[in-house]
Design a protein around this ligand. Structure first.
Ligand code: GDP
Length: 177
């Protein structure tokens, strides 16, 4: 997705997942280095643009967060979706099961777009180590089965948030450049 001039890239990335897994806070931590303790569950789709430098090139990442329902309803977003990530909450195994539905090849988000080139699974809220329901191994093995990158993050203490987005952005960059 190279734009005129040959130096600028714009990638769209969508973070999907069950309500309250921390999607909005992952985005605000990535884009503004902020965390909101009182954030309300995401309604609809939020987009934010962040500039990242990869191999000396400026890459604009337009990151959207939302539930599958909202993202699929809004087909404009899907047409240009070239990266995709899913987040679940390590405290709730149900949020991981929901994730499996989101990314299912036949009915999930990837069935609605043919341009996805990088996918990642993120287990968020890893700061809450003592009350987790999903182990690192469980997250990792689901990601492996589906051919996804995997990492655990904490939007609260910033662990791996930047890294997770950069993995997706770099992967897209390597495929399109
Ligand atoms: P969304 O509905 O998936 O967008 O979730 P939000 O970003 O609104 O977060 C839902 C709730 O989880 C809020 O109360 C956040 O403060 C909290 N939260 C989000 N990320 C983290 C995290 O990494 N660690 C902890 N402890 N809480 C988090």
């Amino acid at each position: 997705m190279e734009e005129e001039g040959g130096e600028e890239y714009l990638f769209k990335i969508v973070v999907i997942g069950d309500s309250a897994v921390g999607k909005s806070n992952l985005l605000s931590r990535f884009a503004r280095d902020e965390f909101d303790h009182n954030s309300k569950a995401t309604i609809g789709v939020e987009f934010q643009t962040q500039v990242v430098e990869i191999d000396g090139k400026e890459v604009k990442a337009q990151v959207g967060v939302g539930s599958r329902k909202h993202i699929i309803v809004s087909s404009d977003n899907l047409v240009s979706l070239i990266g995709g990530g899913g987040a679940f909450d390590v405290r709730r195994v149900s949020s991981l099961n929901e994730h499996a539905k989101f990314v299912n090849k036949e009915v999930g988000i990837y069935a609605h777009c043919d341009t996805t080139v990088a996918r990642m699974l993120v287990g968020n809220k890893c700061d809450l180590e003592n009350i987790r329901e999903v182990s690192v191994e469980e997250g990792k093995s689901l990601a492996e089965e589906e051919g996804l990158f995997f990492t655990e993050t904490s939007a609260l203490d910033s662990t791996n948030v930047q890294k997770a987005f950069e993995i997706v952005i770099r992967e897209i960059y390597e495929k399109v450049s």
